[in-house]
Design a protein around this ligand. Structure first.
Ligand code: HEC
Length: 143
């Protein structure tokens, strides 16, 4: 409980001061290695369409764990967004969603010099990123 308006103002001031630092900190990535040697290997050229099957348990297992380690921090645990970044369960399944997904993970999201999302493909292999995409499609939620 904040009875005194002054403490409310102090709290607001603190948030205002802390927020930019928090957003900046978000741009820092500590990528977690993802072991993908058990997945079909895809080569260096980026594919446009998800090559993995949503029925492949190994793909889902690796995708889910890779997501938790590398994306959940911003996009939310279990793919459920807490509002910081879009809810990736709502990305369209199929090639349109695939193309958008590839674009974002390769380019990241950088505006006015601010990194909202780093280019995750700089840190994770194509195999790891398609496994994540496959897992996300398996928990697809209509918008
Ligand atoms: C540092 C925070 C952060 C991390 C880590 C991060 N993202 Fe993002 N991501 C964002 C933000 C913020 C956006 C929205 C970008 C915008 O507004 O342009 C976004 C957007 C996206 C989009 C586009 C979604 C849409 O609805 O348009 C995809 C796809 C995506 N991220 C995938 C991933 C994947 C996969 C990972 C992990 C490998 C990941 N992101 C890690 C912050 C992050």
């Amino acid at each position: 409980m904040m009875k005194h308006p002054r403490s409310l103002l102090t709290a607001l001031a603190l948030i205002t001061i802390a927020l930019p630092g928090y957003l900046m900190a978000h741009g820092d990535v500590t990528p977690q290695a993802v072991d993908t040697h058990e997945l079909p290997q895809l080569g260096d050229e980026w594919l446009e369409e998800n090559p993995y099957s949503p029925d492949d348990a190994k793909v889902l297992e690796i995708g889910s764990s890779a997501y938790t380690q590398n994306c959940a921090r911003c996009h939310g645990l279990e793919g459920i967004s807490g509002g910081i970044a879009p809810d990736l369960r709502m990305l369209e399944p199929g090639i349109d969603g695939d193309e958008w997904y590839v674009y974002r993970v390769r380019e990241g999201a950088v505006r006015d010099g601010k990194v909202y999302m780093p280019a995750m493909a700089d840190y994770l292999s194509q195999e790891a990123l398609w496994a994540i995409r496959t897992w996300l499609v398996s928990i697809y939620v209509e918008e």
